[in-house]
Write a protein that binds this ligand. Structure first.
Ligand code: HEC
Length: 151
C-alpha cells in the first residue's frame, strides 16, 4: 500500500515537472535549442567527412557520428514550432507560409541521414558516398530556401 502511494506520488511529480517545463518553453529558448541541434548536426557531418575521406584516422568513430546524425535527423520536425520565426533567428518566415514544402525537405533530410547510417552499418562504401552526398544536399537545399543568407 505504502509503496504504491509513493509510486503514484512520484508519477504525479514527474508529470507536473514535465508539464511545467513544456509550458515554460519560450520562443527564444526554442530558437536556441534549434540552433544547438543544427550545430550538433554540422559537427557530426564534418567529423564524418574528415574520417570518411581519410583526412584523420578514427574509423571506429564513424558509426557514432552517423548514429547521432540519424537520431538528430528525426528531431528536425519539432524544431520549428509556430512563433519561432522572429527574434535571434535566421529562419525565414517562408517556413511557416509553406509548411507542406518545408515538411517535405525535413522528411528528405530525415530519410537521407537514416540511409547514411544504414550504408555505414552494412559497410557499403558506394552507398555511403551516395548517402553522404544526399545528406549534404538536404542541408543545403533547405538552407538555400529557408535560412537567411550570411551577410
Ligand atoms: C528542413 C530545413 C533544414 C534542414 C534539412 C537542415 N537545416 Fe540547418 N538550418 C535551417 C534553418 C531554418 C536554420 C536557421 C535556424 C535559426 O537561426 O533559427 C538552420 C541553421 C543551421 C546552422 C546554424 C546554427 C546557428 O547556430 O545559428 C547550422 C550549422 C546548420 N543549420 C547545419 C545543418 C546541417 C549540417 C544540416 C544537414 C545535416 C542541416 N542544417 C539541415 C534549416 C535546415
Amino acid at each position: 500500500m505504502r509503496r504504491s502511494t509513493t509510486a503514484a506520488l512520484l508519477a504525479l511529480a514527474t508529470l507536473a515537472f514535465a508539464g511545467n517545463s513544456i509550458a515554460a518553453t519560450t520562443p527564444a529558448d526554442a530558437i536556441k535549442y534549434r540552433k544547438a541541434v543544427m550545430s550538433a548536426m554540422a559537427g557530426h557531418t564534418s567529423a564524418f567527412s574528415l574520417i570518411n575521406f581519410g583526412r584523420v584516422e578514427h574509423r571506429d568513430h564513424l558509426l557514432a557520428h552517423v548514429d547521432a546524425l540519424a537520431a538528430l535527423g528525426t528531431q528536425l520536425k519539432v524544431l520549428f514550432p509556430a512563433g519561432t520565426g522572429t527574434g535571434d533567428t535566421d529562419a525565414l518566415p517562408l517556413i511557416w507560409q509553406e509548411q507542406e514544402k518545408f515538411g517535405q525537405l525535413i522528411t528528405a533530410s530525415e530519410k537521407s541521414t537514416a540511409e547514411l547510417r544504414a550504408a555505414v552499418t552494412t559497410g557499403d562504401k558506394a552507398a555511403t558516398m551516395k548517402a553522404f552526398k544526399a545528406v549534404g544536399e538536404s542541408c543545403k537545399g533547405c538552407h538555400d530556401r529557408y535560412r537567411k543568407e550570411d551577410d
